[in-house]
Design a binder for this molecule. Sequence first.
Ligand SMILES: [Zn+2]
Length: 114
Amino acid sequence: MHEMSVAQNLLATISAETAKQKSKPIRAKISCGILNAINDELLVEAFSAISKGTRCEGIKLEIEHKPMRGLCKKCGLEFEVDFSKCYCAGCDSTDFELLEDAPLILEEIEFETG
Ligand SMILES: [Zn+2]
């Protein structure tokens, strides 16, 4: 399962960061592309299962899905592709190429303060 390996990587990264901060993490923000899509619910479940008993237990995961971007071959505009209407946002041309999907990244970790 894709989500389980993502959860394991996340836990490893957050744990390493937690050891440095000497504080309890309360929230982590992740972003990923559309093609790289993860199921939010499965990831949250997998993470809570493997983080039980660690300092990362109870952390709130926020997952942001980044839209696919396209580059218009006619006017050169780079735009967010809306798959319900597949044309350039600037000139309505359907002649565009899809840019690389956003990778899965851990954007930030929020730690308990005080
Ligand atoms: Zn265009």
